[in-house]
Design a protein around this ligand. Structure first.
Ligand code: TMP
Ligand code: ASP
Length: 249
């Protein structure tokens, strides 16, 4: 698509969003910056933005095939995703299939406990307040969303979870948990935005139970980019690799 990139309209911890010459489309640029602990731990890892952009593109395509609306249009170039412009809702919607991470610090679940019914948790995306956990009454009182919108978000999220879990399992990856974000498109539909990458999910190798996500960075271990590259090569077929110009490190 012939698109002209305009000015920067949003800069987050790992991505920048640019306007384009089409008012309803933006370009999301995935950067190599990586942070943890509310931005306290920082680094820059070569090709991280590229791997996250191709993993997100593939997973958005998988979801679109199941009829789930996403902001994804196409990958324009390495790390640059053409997307529908959304008005983002400041909710971090977290789905947990297995107990891990902060859940174990807050509640007496057993490590790696498998949930028969996935747990959906919503956090308030607000750095000043350190992304606190919400309930529906607080979300509604803060005007983040209506009760009907929260129900719709949960319904879409459950469908995203079952679709991704099945797809990733077929590729040898256990989807432990993940965080997604939604926004409104120009017709006020609730649409999946942001990214679905090893920065925002816990992925374990089904065979070895090895961690293949940002937990490696959070825990100060090495091989972070090897893991992101491994996820890319596990989920992309040869035709995807060709389309996305798969890069070796
Ligand atoms: P948590 O166990 O640390 O709450 O994380 C749950 C999931 O959400 C995990 O897959 C990582 C993801 N996540 C983000 O994408 N951004 C964040 O800021 C946090 C805290 C977690
Ligand atoms: N996303 C948060 C940060 O960048 C926390 C995390 O993912 O662990 O600081």
């Amino acid at each position: 698509m012939n698109i002209k990139v305009g000015k920067l309209i949003y800069s987050g911890k790992a991505k920048d969003v640019y306007e384009t010459d089409q008012s309803d489309k933006v370009v999301v640029k995935f950067r190599d910056d990586i942070t943890a602990g509310d931005g306290e731990k920082k680094d820059c890892l070569d090709l991280k933005g590229y791997y996250n952009s191709i993993i997100s593109s593939k997973l958005f395509e998988v979801l679109e095939e199941e009829g789930i609306k996403t902001q994804y249009i196409e990958l324009l170039a390495s790390g640059e995703m053409l997307s529908h412009k959304l008005e983002m809702i400041p909710l971090e919607v977290i789905t947990r299939n297995i107990a891990a991470g902060s859940l174990l610090k807050k509640f007496p679940f057993e490590d790696k406990q498998v949930f028969e019914t996935p747990i959906i948790q919503m956090d308030y995306k607000n750095d000043e307040f350190h992304d606190p956990m919400l309930n529906d009454d607080i979300s509604i009182a803060l005007n983040l969303a209506t009760k009907e919108e929260l129900d719709e978000i949960r319904e879409i999220t459950l469908k995203i979870n079952s679709t991704l879990k099945k797809f990733l399992e077929s590729k040898g990856i256990t989807l432990v948990d993940f965080k997604i974000e939604f926004g409104y498109d120009k017709d006020k539909n609730i649409v999946l935005g942001d990214e679905i990458s090893p920065d925002t999910c816990r992925y374990w190798d089904i065979e070895t139970c090895d961690t293949l996500d940002k937990d490696l960075f959070r825990q100060g271990e090495c091989g972070v980019m090897d893991a992101y590259k491994k996820v890319s090569s596990m989920i992309l077929d040869p035709e995807d690799m060709e389309r996305f110009g798969f890069k070796e490190m």
